[in-house]
Design a protein around this ligand. Structure first.
Ligand code: FAD
Length: 616
């Protein structure tokens, strides 16, 4: 008999989304446990700097927030999701304030708000330039206060799901995880729901603002048990990352008045005509392309970066609102932001796509939910506005928590799963996608007889996972995961970056497929069971392979230029053909491509979002 931990709701991941989901599920009366590979306050939400968007002030409104978000998404966001975000964010931010989040304030004591890119109103609330750190600690305090069980440093490797043919008929009963401290493989059974809140996938690229823990585990695990991945090709490249490390310099610097210059000292956002109205505060996709155009045309500094200057803001304001930026520039680039401009260039920052969910966080598989950066609801469409990820965590984290605990949120408008009327597609692939390489297809249960009894499903998943770990540990002289990971990161950064074209995308797909073949021989060198990071990273690398391939397939298929997805061959947004979500189904390792319509109908008639030309 396998040792199985049992709770009503299991939350996988303890960043902003997971913590908010856990609190909500607990408030709805559930016995909640969190399973997380990092201690909660080490989650990557802690790195968020700039702030949280919410329409809190007179003169602003949820409708304006929704409109800005839809425009920012280049009309690929779904109106029911965007309107839910804009409507719920003010109340959910006020909850944070009541829980003690130390927001920056004006002289009169009201919570400060700053301008951010693509916003028509200064609606970004913040706590200095350490907003995510304070958000994480505020929410973790609520988790501790409620006595919610946290299994920290437990690495979830597999979902325990029944094995019906149609994913829509399957049920998720729990997960399998490895205790990082001891190497024990154990089962976790959820009687009410499992919520994936595993964060981003920046480690699929080699220049990223994301931590080494951001390896796309949630999307990869959900994909392999039959949940479609949505809009994976839309990857955000942030315009202001430090060149040598990828460490982020917050958009808050430009929000406070920071200016971008090229090597010729030109304020190129205006002088180059990239964004005649908003300049540096245009949407991130626009600013990243502008910077790379300047660099590619020879006006970059050392052919690599541009300058971000905040000296004119004055020491008092910088120290008051952006002190953390001074430390980051000094520690990681050796630059004193009070005396010199900071070098910056675009870097991978955020995955707009992810696990397909509806407004209640539900996936197509019964009992399986997702929230936060790993999910695609879809609020951000083809381009996320700065300051819109943190409200997504608290709004949709809370909703997923309530839903998983059995709360009634009403019927969702956004459909999940595959429907007969959806259009299908294929790509002109340089390599056969009709096979999963020689990787084991861990998809559903164990491929054995149909398992419907919940405990047996979890036990079978534990057994399969134990087998996988033993194989990885026992194999001798195999390939090291680091070589495979580095190869994927290299090709993704080279070929699936800000500027994309078919030959490069095909090359990336070939490289990823070759890396997948090599992964079949991967082995773990460290024989220890205690804190075996070699083992953990080997399993993470498998997830990186799956999400990198999904991004590349989506990018090759989408023959248009929309939001963050620029194609050399297709220089326009092509609404007639491409106003649709890219959906990818695992299909036993032979990815199946189809499309889901975008929902642009707002909650009442005047809130229908007509696609317009997007300029800033
Ligand atoms: P995370 O906070 O990354 O948490 C993921 C959790 O999942 C972790 O606890 C991890 O331990 C766990 N986990 C992952 N895989 C597993 C597994 N297999 N098993 C068990 N546990 C697992 N957005 C804004 O709106 N405003 C900002 O100012 C802002 N600034 C940012 C600055 C930086 C440098 C970065 C990188 C992003 C920023 N963003 C910002 C985006 C935003 O911070 C993130 O999208 C968001 O914090 C992600 O939160 P999350 O809860 O989804 O994931």
């Amino acid at each position: 008999m396998t040792d199985i931990h049992e709770h009503d709701v299991l939350v996988i991941g303890a960043g902003g989304a997971g913590l908010r989901a856990a609190v909500a599920a607990h408030e709805a009366g559930a016995d909640v446990a969190m399973v997380t590979k990092l201690h909660p306050v080490r989650s990557h939400t802690g790195a968020a700097e700039g702030g949280i968007n919410a329409a809190l002030r007179e003169g602003d409104s949820w409708e304006l927030h929704a409109y800005d978000t839809m425009k920012g998404s280049d009309y690929l966001g779904d109106a029911p999701a965007i309107e839910t975000l804009a409507q719920d964010a003010p109340e959910d931010v006020i909850d944070l304030e009541h829980w003690g989040m130390p927001f920056s304030r004006e002289e009169d004591g009201t919570v400060s708000q700053r301008p951010f890119g693509g916003l028509s109103f200064a609606r970004t609330t913040y706590a200095g330039a350490e907003t995510g750190h304070h958000l994480l600690h505020t929410l973790y305090e609520q988790v501790v206060k409620r006595g919610i069980t946290v299994y920290d440093e437990w690495y979830v490797t597999r979902l325990a799901v029944t094995d019906e043919d149609d994913p829509a008929d399957r049920t998720c009963h729990g997960v399998v995880a490895i205790d990082v401290k001891t190497g024990e493989v154990a089962g976790f059974r959820a009687t009410s729901g499992v919520i994936l809140a595993t964060g981003g996938l920046g480690q699929a690229f080699d220049h990223t603002t994301n931590a080494v823990s951001c390896t796309g585990d949630g999307p990869a695990m959900a994909y392999r048990v039959g949940v479609p991945l949505e809009d994976m090709e839309f990857v955000q490249f942030h315009p202001t990352t430090l060149p040598s490390t990828g460490v982020l310099i917050s958009e808050g610097v430009r929000g406070e008045g920071g200016i971008l210059y090229n090597a010729e000292g030109e304020r190129f956002m205006f002088e180059g005509g990239y964004a005649n109205n908003d300049g540096e505060l245009a949407s991130r996709d626009v600013v990243s392309r502008a910077e790379l155009t300047e660099i590619n045309e020879g006006r970059g500094i050392e052919d690599e970066y541009v300058h971000l200057d905040m000296r004119h803001l004055g020491e008092e304001r910088i120290v008051d609102r952006l002190e953390n930026i001074l430390h980051l520039a000094a520690d990681f680039e050796g630059v004193d932001g009070l005396e010199e401009p900071m070098p910056v260039k675009p870097g991978q920052h955020y995955e707009m796509g992810g696990i397909e969910v509806d407004e209640n966080g539900e996936t197509v598989i019964d009992g399986l939910y997702a929230a936060g950066e790993c999910a695609c609801v879809s609020v951000h469409g083809s381009n996320r506005l700065g300051g819109n990820a943190l409200p997504e965590l608290i709004v949709f984290g809370k909703r997923a928590g309530l839903a998983a605990a059995g709360g009634d949120l009403g019927e969702a408008d956004i459909p999940t799963g595959r429907h007969d009327e959806f259009e299908t597609d294929s790509i002109d692939s340089p390599v056969p996608l009709g096979e999963a390489g020689s990787l084991d297809d861990e998809a559903v249960a164990d491929g054995g007889p149909a398992l419907s009894d919940a405990d047996s499903v979890v036990e079978a998943a534990v057994e399969a996972e134990t087998g996988r770990v033993e194989t990885l540990m026992d194999r001798e002289d195999g390939v090291n995961h680091a070589e495979i990971r580095a190869e994927v990161q290299r090709t993704m950064t080279e070929n699936v970056n800000v500027f994309r074209e078919a030959p490069g995308l095909k090359r990336a797909l070939e490289d990823i497929r070759a890396a997948r073949e090599r992964y079949a021989d991967v082995s773990v060198d460290d024989p220890s069971r205690t804190f075996n990071t070699d083992l953990i990273q080997t399993i993470e690398t498998r997830n990186i392979l799956d999400v990198a391939e999904a991004i590349t397939i989506g990018a090759l298929a989408r023959e248009e230029f929309r939001g963050a997805h620029w194609r050399a061959e297709f220089q326009e947004r092509r609404d007639e053909e491409w106003l649709k979500h890219t959906m990818l189904a695992w299909n036993g390792g032979s990815p199946d491509l189809y499309y889901k319509p975008v929902d642009l109908d707002g909650e009442n008639e005047e809130h229908t979002y007509e696609p317009k030309e997007r300029s800033y």
